[in-house]
Design a protein around this ligand. Structure first.
Ligand SMILES: Nc1ncnc2c1ncn2[C@@H]1O[C@H](COP(=O)(O)OP(=O)(O)OP(=O)(O)O)[C@@H](O)[C@H]1O
Ligand SMILES: [Mg+2]
Length: 165
């Protein structure tokens, strides 16, 4: 299914992110598409909260990836790898920082802003989130699992159920 929601504040976007983050498991990858200022980092802050990360999350400035330690609801440690490929200059750079390992993270979850900068180098399965600016404080957010019947499909169903009504 493809879930479409609208948020009316950064706080609501963070709350949605937390609902996503609580449902992610080690190995999961989330791709965030959307223009500058669409809310990708804001959503990531919520995902981080949902993963039990306590430190402040902002886009990595001098590196393409920032790592944050979280703790799942079960108490198990889980890492958040926050990638922002906006400043990627050429695809060769992906190899040099080990992009491939972030597409199949064993001990955590990867959240990737501007994944389109990596061309068609994509993980096998991922949660695809698109954010669109629909007004000064309004964002239209669509969430779907790729492939549609893949491992992340239940996550979308659960978020739909949790945000309904
Ligand atoms: N409903 C909303 N959801 C998310 N952000 C919102 C919302 N309404 C207003 N904003 C504002 O929009 C901006 C979103 O910025 P953010 O850094 O999250 O975007 P981004 O998609 O990560 O941009 P970039 O491509 O530059 O990294 C923030 O200033 C935030 O306060
Ligand atoms: Mg950002």
């Amino acid at each position: 299914m493809r879930l479409t929601l609208e948020t009316e504040s950064p706080e609501q976007t963070r709350a949605l992110g937390a609902a996503i983050g609580r449902r992610l498991r080690p190995g999961d990858v989330v791709l965030l598409h959307g223009d500058l200022g669409a809310g990708k980092t804001t959503l990531t802050q919520g995902i981080a909260a949902g993963l039990g990360v306590n430190e402040y999350v902002q886009s990595p400035t001098f590196t393409l990836v920032a790592e944050h330690a979280g703790r799942a609801v079960s108490g198990a440690p889980i890492q958040l790898y926050h990638l922002d490929l906006y400043r990627l200059t050429d695809e060769a750079e992906l190899e040099s920082f080990g992009y491939g390992q972030y597409l199949a993270p064993t001990d955590g979850v990867s959240v990737i802003e501007w994944p389109e900068r990596a061309g068609d180098w994509l993980p096998d399965a991922y949660l695809l989130v698109r954010l669109e600016i629909a007004g000064p404080d309004r964002r239209r957010i669509t969430i779907e699992a790729v492939p549609a019947a893949g491992d992340l499909a239940p996550v979308v169903e659960e978020i739909a159920a949790a945000t309904a009504g």
